[in-house]
Write a protein that binds this ligand. Sequence first.
Ligand SMILES: NC(=O)c1ccc[n+]([C@@H]2O[C@H](COP(=O)([O-])OP(=O)(O)OC[C@H]3O[C@@H](n4cnc5c(N)ncnc54)[C@H](O)[C@@H]3O)[C@@H](O)[C@H]2O)c1
Length: 255
Amino acid sequence: MSGILDGKRVLITGVLMESSIAFHTAKVAQEQGAEVILTAFPRPTLTERIAKKLPKPAKVIELDVTNDEHLARVEGVVREELGGLDGVVHSIGFAPQDALGGNFLNTPFESVSTAMHVSAFSLKSLTMACLPLMEDGGSVVGLTFDAQFAWPQYDWMGPAKAALEATSRYLARDLGKQNVRCNLISAGPIGSMAAKSIPGFGELAKVWDERSPLAWDMSDPEPAGRGVVALLSDFFPKTTGEIVHVDGGVHIMGA
Ligand SMILES: NC(=O)c1ccc[n+]([C@@H]2O[C@H](COP(=O)([O-])OP(=O)(O)OC[C@H]3O[C@@H](n4cnc5c(N)ncnc54)[C@H](O)[C@@H]3O)[C@@H](O)[C@H]2O)c1
C-alpha cells in the first residue's frame, strides 16, 4: 500500500506521552510510509517506552532544544541512522508556572525568557541543526495555538506562540532558496501534558464546546498529527510560512 510519506525520512520532537500530538504525528507518519527518528526530553527512557506503541520501531535520541551540545549531535546521529532528512517536526512548548494561569502582569522576565527560548527560538535552533541533513530540500512543521488572540490562562505562552509564528515566517523567507518549507499547524485544545500544566486550561477548552463548527474532541490529538503529516508530504509543495488551522473552525467564528 502506498502512503503520502513513502520514502520520506522525518525527525520528530515532542513524543512524551500517548497524548502528545507528536506521538500521533509519528504514528500517522509511519502508517504513511515514513522512516521516523524521535528526539526525547527530559529523558530518553520515557520516550522509548511510548515509542514501543508505534507501528514500527523508531530510534530515540536525547535532545534538550536549549542545549547547544545536544543540537550539535543531531546531524551525525541522524546521518548515520537515516542518511539525511526530508522533514522535521517541532512539537515543543514550555513556560514556567509563573508565566501561566492568570499571572501575566506579574511574570518576571526570566520566566518569559525561558518560555521564548524553549517554545519559539527553538524552531530556529532545531531547523538549523537539521538543515545540513536536508540536502534536497525539506519540510519543517511546528505546532501553534492561535496567537492572534489573547486567551484566558494562556498568558506568556501567547507571546511565545506569536514569536513562534513570526519565526516560522522568517525561516520560510530565508530557507526557500534551499527548497526548505516551514509551516505551522494551529491546533485546537488537546488534553496533553503541556495543556494540563496550564492552570485553568479546561475553562479555555470550553470555548470549543460552544463555538466550534466541527465537533471537537480534546482527547484526540490525531487530527493535528494528520495536519502535520499533510504538510510534511509532497501535497503542499509551494506552501511556506503558512499556518493551517486544525481547530474545528473556531478561528473563523465572529461570535
Ligand atoms: N495541547 C494543546 O492544546 C495544544 C494546542 C495547540 C498547540 N499545541 C502545541 O503542540 C506542541 C506539542 O504539545 P502537546 O500538546 O503535544 O504536549 P506534550 O506535553 O505532549 O508535548 C510538549 C513537548 O515539549 C517537550 N519539551 C519541553 N521542553 C523541551 C526542551 N527544552 N527540549 C526539547 N523538548 C522539550 C516535552 O518533552 C514534550 O514532549 C507544543 O508546541 C504545544 O504548544 C498544543
